[in-house]
Design a protein around this ligand. Structure first.
Ligand code: HEC
Length: 164
């Protein structure tokens, strides 16, 4: 490999590692209440009637209902204290680093949104912090982007929910 290519590869490898680090103190971040919590604090299963929910929530149920029989179950949203101002203001002005978590409590998975220069990136972890982001399917970073960046009118700077 030529030297430049090698440096480029190294750069992307470094970014990758940084984007996928779950801080050890994540469980102590600030828990927030959002519309998802209002809906019972759990993601419904595939049989649920979600026709009254906003399209992005219907889509979320469609993507994740089958992860576990009966639905993925209990969820919690955690915000890094330093990111709380941006989260509450919903202005996308997130500090660099791991900022937002969707905790799928029943399946013990941590969905993480990390910002770098205001740009969001997505990863999936075990509660112990292991990066288990998939290459394809609903647990792939590309799936997160489809929703979190695709519904631009709904999500802001990678943040879809809002504090109630
Ligand atoms: C089909 C749509 C959809 C997909 C796919 C999706 N999300 Fe979300 N996500 C949402 C919605 C809607 C919320 C807001 C829920 C609420 O708080 O009411 C949310 C909330 C979150 C939150 C809490 C902070 C916020 O943005 O409100 C994180 C963190 C998160 N998702 C990460 C991920 C990751 C990582 C992936 C990919 C593995 C992913 N999401 C895939 C729709 C989606």
């Amino acid at each position: 490999m030529n030297k430049l290519l090698y440096l480029v590869a190294l750069f992307f490898a470094a970014v990758q590692v940084q984007a996928a680090t779950l801080p050890g103190d994540w469980a102590k971040w600030t828990a927030v209440k959002t519309p998802l919590m209002e809906a019972g604090g759990a993601l419904p299963g595939c049989g649920a009637d979600v026709s009254s929910l906003p399209p992005i929530y219907q889509e979320t149920v469609k993507v994740y209902c089958g992860v576990k029989p009966g639905g993925p179950g209990k969820v919690g949203i955690l915000v890094r204290p330093e990111a709380m101002t941006a989260y509450a203001a919903r202005n996308g002005k997130f500090p660099d680093g791991a900022n937002l978590i969707l905790h799928l409590k029943d399946i013990k998975a941590v969905f993480l949104t990390t910002h770098q220069g205001g740009k969001p990136s997505y990863s999936v972890h075990t509660e112990e912090g292991k990066d288990v982001t998939a290459a394809s399917g609903p647990l792939a970073a590309s799936a997160c982007v489809t929703c979190h960046t695709g519904y631009q009118a709904f999500c802001k700077g990678g943040q879809c929910g809002a504090k109630k």
